[in-house]
Every structure is written in structure tokens, then in C-alpha cells.
Design a protein around this ligand. Sequence first.
Ligand SMILES: NC(=O)c1ccc[n+]([C@@H]2O[C@H](COP(=O)([O-])OP(=O)(O)OC[C@H]3O[C@@H](n4cnc5c(N)ncnc54)[C@H](OP(=O)(O)O)[C@@H]3O)[C@@H](O)[C@H]2O)c1
Length: 226
Amino acid sequence: MKMKIGIIGAGRMAQAVGRLAAKAGHQVMMSNSRGPESILDLGEAIGCSVGSIDEAAAFGEVVFAAIPLQAYHAIPVEPLFGKVVLNPQNYFPHFGRISELERGIMTTAELLAQHLPQSRIVKVLNSILVEEVVPDARPAGAPDRRALPIAGDDKDAKEIVIRLLDQIGYDVVDAGPLAEGWRFERRKPVYCVPLNKSMLEQMLSTTTRATLMPEGHWHYHRGIRG
Ligand SMILES: NC(=O)c1ccc[n+]([C@@H]2O[C@H](COP(=O)([O-])OP(=O)(O)OC[C@H]3O[C@@H](n4cnc5c(N)ncnc54)[C@H](OP(=O)(O)O)[C@@H]3O)[C@@H](O)[C@H]2O)c1
């Protein structure tokens, strides 16, 4: 089923995912903080429409919130009531410390869910380097197809996201509710490592909260790339 996908953000993740979604036949609207006239050429290149942030939020049945985590207050609340909101945001403390995340009492996805209590948040697409999003996409059944982890509290929203990821080129492993999203946040073993479904399932299940990898560990764990 073709969907309307609103994208809040027009940076690197927004462009990569917007490109794949448009290629899969979805209607995409991209937005940024500087207004649609600043991204007219980008929209043309990607094959999507452009709008204000409120317009993209209102347009999407599914909305991809691809702006820095510390800017999450810029994500409009009311236009996203009841909608599936995809949350790729990772926490980089040097852009501003957030107490709940520092203390580990909340996942990054729960932080967004607190801001959007009436939306259906799915943590997704945070655990892949942006430069790999387009080149690593594969058709269903490809032997080297990559799997990405998701987390969310709404079963139907997760089904929608699983279908969408399949259409744009990825398998999915469900890591559980939003509260379990820490399993694939920064510095966890699976973070940004290219893995297939069985590798990802296995590694997610053995990850503990205490497991912390060195920054950039994905350079050394090549996963499905051997
Ligand atoms: N880069 C990666 O490898 C990667 C991987 C996984 C997940 N992510 C996550 O994906 C998200 C986007 O990352 P990115 O690499 O695409 O960043 P990016 O290239 O820097 O793009 C950021 C976008 O956010 C917009 N923006 C910034 N502040 C804003 C605000 N206050 N209100 C509205 N829009 C704002 C910018 O719009 P303007 O042009 O108007 O400033 C820009 O379009 C981040 O949360 C990041 O953690 C990134």
C-alpha cells in the first residue's frame, strides 16, 4: 500500500530515506526550519514535494522526524496526533546534555514519546550510518539483506514500519517496547553494525544495559560484510 510520508528535516537522513521512499512509490513531503523555498531543488532531485514543518507533519500518515535530538521541541505536537512517528534520533551529549538520558531513566524514543504523547512512536533507522542507507538497501530475499532494529509500544504502528522498511530495502527485528530502545542506541554492540536478521536478533538478546562499546566500534565489527 502506498502511503503519504512527511519528513521533518531535509538533511542527510531525510534525503536518504526520502529518496528510498519515493523510489518505492510513496508520496513524500520534506521540510526544514528555513522554509520550503530553501529546498525546492532538493525536492525536485528526490522526487518529492516540500513544505513547512507543520505542512509535512499534517501531510504524512507516517512522519519521519529526522532532526537533531536536541531540537525535538521543534516537532509539532497537534498535527501528529494519532500518527506513526519514526524516530531515528541519537543522543550526542556534546550538543546539549539531557538529564533523563544521562541518568538512563528514559530511552531517546521515550523522550520523544513524552513530547508527543498522542502519537505512535517507533524507534527506527538510528542504527545505520547515513551514507549506508541508500547503498545497503536490497530487495526482499537478497542473501546480503541488512536488518534494522525497531522498538515501539504500538503493535499496529510497528507493522506499518516493518512493511515500509521492507519496501525500501531492509529486514527488521523488533526489539520490544520503547523502553527497550536502549538495546540499539549509541555505544551498544549492534549500533551501526551491518547485520542480517539472525545476527541482529542474537546480538540484541545478549546486550545488557551495562554493555558499552568504544565509539566507532562498527569500523571493526563488519557483520554481514565479513
Ligand atoms: N548522520 C547519521 O549517520 C545518522 C544515523 C542515524 C541517525 N541519525 C539521526 O538522524 C537525525 C538527522 O541527522 P542528519 O545526519 O540527517 O542531520 P543533518 O544532515 O544535520 O540534518 C538535520 C536537519 O534537521 C534540521 N533542523 C535542525 N535543527 C532544527 C530545528 N530546530 N527545527 C527544525 N529543523 C531543524 C535541519 O534543517 P535546517 O537546514 O533548516 O537547519 C536539517 O534539515 C538526527 O537525529 C541523527 O541523530 C543520523
